[in-house]
Design a protein around this ligand. Structure first.
Ligand SMILES: [Zn+2]
Length: 88
């Protein structure tokens, strides 16, 4: 799988209470600027456009969250065909 070549979030980023930092170049981004693309130092090998570490982290957490949810059961009743049969 190609996904195995993709580094984990924690391999690239370091999270503190209100900052995220690149582990390589130590450039930082404040949480308040999470909607803006991250800017590495020019010499960093991770330098590139369109990096949003906070949003990526949120996506990772969402996947974990949904993976932990049990499958829906009684709270979602099965669909039944209409009794008057006019659809047929
Ligand atoms: Zn960097």
């Amino acid at each position: 799988m190609t996904d195995s070549k993709r580094p984990l979030w924690t391999d690239i980023w370091k999270l503190s209470s209100d900052m995220v930092n690149c582990k390589e170049c130590h450039a930082g981004q404040h949480q308040a600027h999470r909607e803006l693309a991250f800017v590495h130092r020019p010499t960093c090998s991770s330098e590139g456009p369109g990096q949003y570490p906070y949003i990526e982290l949120l996506e990772v957490l969402k996947m974990v969250h949904y993976a932990d949810l049990p499958l829906p059961t009684e709270t979602h009743p099965a669909w039944l065909p209409p009794k008057d049969g006019c659809a047929d």
